[in-house]
Design a protein around this ligand. Structure first.
Ligand SMILES: [Zn+2]
Length: 334
């Protein structure tokens, strides 16, 4: 898989340009911004990293997670997701243009990876709950591939929730926190999944706690998202397109993830980084901006060595938990 398969450069760059404009328009008034502790380990020590889109980012002194601090308040973030041109572009242009490619290259393989992980855990899940289900493509792939028999979506966007309902899934139209507080939904999931959400949320501990609440005791929680100690994010720093506040606010380190899972009273089963794109992302970013200052070895690796060596390096990143795309597999304690 190539970055251009799932994020064509022209569409991605339009989205990022709109995000920068939105950052200025929606968050000009900083009086309601608040400081926060590390979203991974909850530590308060930090050192400044850089400023991106007008937002300050810091590294946690204890776990190395990278995070936006201070952050906007929840009401302003909610208004941003409801009303911003960048979010509208994502929902109406970006995602629809790559949805079918992503179904084949991401959502289908995602189901098979989960099947393998659950088999390793000796589990055949019946009830699978997707939190942040979007238009339900993951659940459709579950149904098509016979994974889970009771497929349910939690989705705050009312249009997307309706789409999931029309596809025949049980739907909670709201946030994970609201579903977790509903007795018809709490404690029922054999497997609760949430893909590419954790980097967006203001409080990852609340988010993971909400997922845990939706799982039954002994049930599994699987989260995927961006890892701040992964290769392309760590090498590119401020130049990483993935570091895109106000959409992306958290880039947890592996140590930060381990601390977060522990804080949420979940048992960590495994931390994986199956991302395939780190080296490709670095090469694409350098091709767009040849003058960018990056580590010389990293530039050599991304731009000059044979494709087979780049692929071998990407496989090394995957094998050793060093890609910027992570999967966290945890179990709710019984
Ligand atoms: Zn930390």
């Amino acid at each position: 898989m190539k970055e251009s398969d799932i994020r064509p450069a022209e569409i991605l760059n339009t989205y990022l340009r709109l995000s920068v404009e939105d950052a200025g328009r929606f968050f000009r008034d900083r009086s309601r911004f608040r400081h926060r502790s590390c979203p991974g380990c909850a530590g308060v020590g930090q050192r400044p990293a850089f400023v991106k889109n007008g937002f300050e980012l810091s590294f946690c002194s204890r776990c190395g997670s990278l995070y936006v601090d201070p952050i906007p308040d929840d009401a302003d973030l909610a208004a941003f997701y409801r009303d911003s041109p960048s979010q509208r572009y994502w929902a109406t242009v970006f995602f629809p243009s790559v949805a079918e490619t992503r179904r084949q290259k991401i959502f289908g393989p995602r189901v098979e990876r989960l099947r393998g992980l659950m088999a390793d855990a000796g589990m055949t899940p019946r009830r699978v709950v997707d939190v942040g289900a979007g238009s339900g493509i993951f659940l459709e792939e579950c149904r098509a591939r016979g994974f889970g028999t009771d497929l349910a979506a939690v989705e705050p966007n009312s249009d997307m929730a309706r789409t999931c309902r029309e596809k025949g899934f049980e739907v909670f139209s709201g946030f994970g926190a609201e579903a977790g507080a509903d007795s018809r939904w709490a404690g029922k999931g054999d497997l609760v999944v949430s893909f590419e959400v954790i980097e967006h949320v203001a409080d990852p501990a609340s988010y993971v706690n909400d997922l845990a609440r939706l799982a039954r005791p002994g049930g599994h929680v699987v989260v995927s998202g961006l890892c701040g100690t992964g290769f392309d994010i760590a090498v590119l720093g401020a130049a990483a397109k993935a570091i895109a506040p106000p959409h992306h606010l958290n880039f947890l380190s592996r140590v930060g993830v381990e601390a977060l899972v522990e804080r949420c009273r979940l048992e960590l089963i495994s931390f994986l980084t199956p991302g395939q794109l780190d080296v490709d992302i670095l090469a694409n970013t350098l091709a767009e901006n040849p003058g960018l200052t990056v580590d010389r070895f990293a530039r050599h690796l991304a731009c000059e060595v044979p494709a087979s060596v780049r692929q071998a390096f990407q496989e090394f990143l995957i094998a050793h938990g060093l890609s910027s795309h992570m999967w966290v597999i945890a179990r709710r304690r019984g």
